[in-house]
Design a protein around this ligand. Sequence first.
Ligand code: SF4
Ligand code: SF4
Length: 96
Amino acid sequence: MITDECINCDVCEPECPNDAIYMGVAIYEIDPRKCTECVGHFDEPQCVQVCPVACIPTNPEHVETRETLWQKFERLAAEKAASAPKAAPAADAPAP
Ligand code: SF4
Ligand code: SF4
């Protein structure tokens, strides 16, 4: 979670591999449905690493096990693959 100490410096948003960080009403917020604490991508939470004011503690209302976070990573990856546009067949591909 992001506390109200956030200074809206914009540094964390592009670092999130899950697009879980977004600008809220007043400060940046994290969508807990998308945050895997970077499990599946990095060893450490990237937003926590880059935040200059250390205002991203673990959300006590969303304490999740590593197994749960991994399952979330797999679900997100499957959703991303399903929504990715299919590659168009090459123009000189043989007719089926
Ligand atoms: S911990 Fe990782 S996945 Fe979660 S919001 Fe931060 S950068 Fe995104
Ligand atoms: S890096 Fe920290 S201070 Fe900067 S926008 Fe993100 S949460 Fe706010």
